[in-house]
Design a protein. Structure first.
Length: 201
């Protein structure tokens, strides 16, 4: 056997190993973990009050989005809301909402969402079904989510942007409030979520 004939199989084997190694790296790179950026993410809500809507938001949100870039329906998201960060631009109302009539922050300081499935509904849109726990009560909810995009951020950061919406019944989570409020408050709460998340290094 000539030297060329001896070397040729070795070169072929090396090429195959390199190719398989590159494929493995590419596959791993397709799944990315993004940390929710609390500074640039919000959970807003509005609820009916007599004949108008009263808005509010939670300003402290943490969690992760694990994104499968090759198949976004395999992605997952978990998020935790600090209930004490609720604000409705009225200190007395915020104090009432944090108390035992509503969220009971002393006993239930956080709300948590964990996705169970993602269903593609259009170009970059998904129904994300998951378990939402508020005040110790867990219910299945659906977030109508949209991928806003991937791109560079400040100081070399890589970002992903998302928005989502859902409608909840506050009574499902024991948030009906005192009977004296009666029909003053609606039961449906419209939720709007905006997320900026940083690729985990």
């Amino acid at each position: 056997m000539t030297m060329n004939k001896k070397i040729r199989p070795l070169i072929f084997a090396a090429a195959m190993l390199a190719t398989s190694g590159f494929a493995a790296l590419t596959s791993r790179a397709a799944v990315e973990t993004y940390d929710i950026d609390q500074v640039h993410s919000t959970v807003a809500f509005k609820i009916r009050h007599f004949v108008s809507n009263v808005p509010g938001s939670f300003t402290k949100l943490s969690g992760q989005i694990v994104v499968d870039r090759d198949n976004l329906e395999k992605s997952t998201v978990t998020a935790t809301i600090d209930i004490s960060s609720i604000t409705t631009a009225n200190d007395a109302r915020d104090k009432h909402l944090k108390g035992g009539d509503f969220f009971d922050v002393a006993k239930y300081p956080t709300a948590r969402f964990a996705s169970k499935s993602w269903k593609k509904t259009g170009a970059g849109t998904f129904d994300i079904t998951g378990d939402l726990t508020i005040r110790g009560i867990t219910k299945s909810v659906v977030l109508r989510a949209e991928l806003l995009g991937f791109g560079p951020g400040m100081n070399g950061a890589q970002l992903s942007g998302w928005q989502a919406a859902a409608t909840l019944n506050k009574s499902d989570f024991g948030l009906s409030g005192p009977a004296v409020l009666g029909a003053a408050l609606g039961d449906e709460v419209a939720i709007t979520i905006n997320i900026e998340a940083d690729l985990k290094k």
